[in-house]
Write a protein that binds this ligand. Structure first.
Ligand code: FAD
Length: 417
């Protein structure tokens, strides 16, 4: 490990990390080990938001990890963020996943936006608006959520969003409903994707707007229960918007730019995966510790001498190495307008991580056995949390298969008679 300058193997595996990557990985690992791991059971049990972890994220600067350095942030680039997020996922899935929603709000508008084509006036408008959002995160420690899902084909990228924004003097009037809004009740701002309401014109996905709605806005409400299988600390409840006014400056991207961004930067949708790579690492680490009889507080019973257990651990490690390799390759080559092969690899990486995390957690429980799935141990939570990865839109496991099959067999624009 010395070659990497770290005293642990990061969730992403070993690599010639930059000094910034090393120091952020060490920070995430320390926070995770010393604070988040011990608290994770509480958020899971109560289905409550990890506020204490967010205090730590704020204090250590990790809320501003992707805010450019010129604006007071840590200036992490895409691969650096993805590596650090995987490390966090190892200790608390719900914290890593919600942190992703927050960080993406600054990454998409920061380092990713630089690679999205914009006119000169859009670029100038974006520079002015993003300053406001960066300042809130840096100076006020504000938290941003990312509610896109609506229960329609919109979050899958197959239809315009049903939530609408109508242009009015000085801003926008937002109406609609979102489901699965992680950080509901915890976020200060909700980065809502909506379609511009142009009166009689048919709604068009190219008119998608990305607006930050302050949580204190009149007409904004949170509703519904939150009692899911896993990722319970994300508190992903429903949001409704009834004639919510937001000023022009709340645009996280200029009109029409989000849609272009989604076409240009497909890797922006891969940011949900690192949480689950972290979970896979945690399930593997636990299994090794358990079979060696080294789990603190548990009887020191060794189970490692059985060949079937050794085979299962070998299978888990092979799958973990495959996940790490394709993950690392995908994040290092991520860029605007990737080649067809790079895009296919990105889809494959998403599928491999999201399905693989659940496979590893399933094998971990089967291999460690009945005593390992008790609630006082983390494995059953890892198993439940790992199930959620393949459900995340727009790149659910099913939709990835759908895209890969289609894009492998049809070139852009090709049709059958
Ligand atoms: C823990 C957790 C946190 C979440 N946090 C957020 C969040 O912060 N923000 C947010 O926006 N969303 C969030 N989501 C929502 C998530 O991204 C999905 O939108 C949600 O899981 C979709 O559920 P659904 O039942 O409405 O899916 P449905 O739309 O009913 O789809 C069911 C399945 O059908 C498939 N499918 C969907 N559309 C198509 C299509 N057009 N063609 C072919 N197949 C299709 C997909 O595989 C999908 O999984 C979260 C989800 C979870 C589990």
């Amino acid at each position: 490990m010395e070659a990497m300058g770290l005293d642990f193997t990061p969730a992403v595996g070993d690599y010639a990390f930059t000094p910034q990557q090393r120091s952020l990985l060490a920070l995430a690992n320390r926070l995770g080990r010393e604070k988040f791991a011990a608290r994770a059971a509480q958020w899971d049990e109560e289905a409550s938001f990890p506020f204490a972890n967010y205090e730590d994220l704020r204090e250590t600067g990790l809320l501003k990890i992707c805010v450019p350095q010129a604006h007071g942030g840590l200036g992490a680039d895409y691969p650096t963020y993805m590596m650090v997020a995987a490390e966090m996922g190892r200790f608390c899935g719900a914290t890593a996943l919600t942190w992703n929603m927050h960080v993406s709000s600054t990454m998409w508008t920061g380092v990713l936006a630089d690679g999205i084509p914009m006119t000169e006036s859009q670029r100038a408008e974006h520079a002015a608006h993003s300053l406001l959002h960066f300042r809130r995160v840096v100076e006020e420690g504000a938290i941003y959520a990312q509610p896109f899902s609506e229960g329609s084909a919109a979050a899958a990228g197959r239809a315009p969003f049903g939530t609408t924004a109508r242009k009015v003097e000085g801003g926008w009037l937002v109406n609609g409903r979102k489901i699965f809004a992680s950080l509901s009740g915890a976020a200060d701002y909700y980065g809502v994707l909506c379609t511009e309401d142009k009166g009689d014109e048919k709604p068009d996905a190219r008119d998608t707007l990305y607006l930050a709605v302050p949580g204190t806005s009149p007409g904004f409400a949170i509703s519904g229960d939150w009692n899911p299988l896993g990722m319970r600390g994300t508190v992903s409840r429903n949001l409704t918007f009834t004639d919510v006014f937001v000023g022009d400056e709340e645009q996280l991207m200029p009109r029409g730019v989000y849609w272009k961004g989604a076409q240009t930067w497909p890797a922006m949708f891969f940011t949900l995966a690192p949480t689950y790579l972290g979970i896979a690492n945690a399930a593997y680490d636990f299994t090794v510790q358990y079979l060696r009889g080294e789990v603190p507080g548990e009887p020191p019973v060794k189970r490692r001498m059985y060949p079937t257990k050794q085979v299962a651990v070998a299978q888990m490690r092979i799958q973990l190495e495959q996940m790490r390799s394709i993950f690392l390759r995908a994040i290092l080559e991520a860029r605007p307008n990737p080649s067809k092969d790079e895009k296919m690899r990105l889809y494959a990486a998403q599928y491999t991580v999201m399905e693989g995390a659940n496979d590893i957690a399933r094998l971990a429980i089967r291999t460690c056995g009945g005593q390992s799935m008790m609630k006082h141990l983390p494995l059953e939570r890892l198993y439940r949390d790992s199930r959620c990865g393949a459900l995340m839109l727009p790149w659910t496991a099913e939709l990835v298969l759908d895209r890969m099959g289609r894009e492998a067999l049809y070139e852009a624009g090709e049709k059958d008679e």
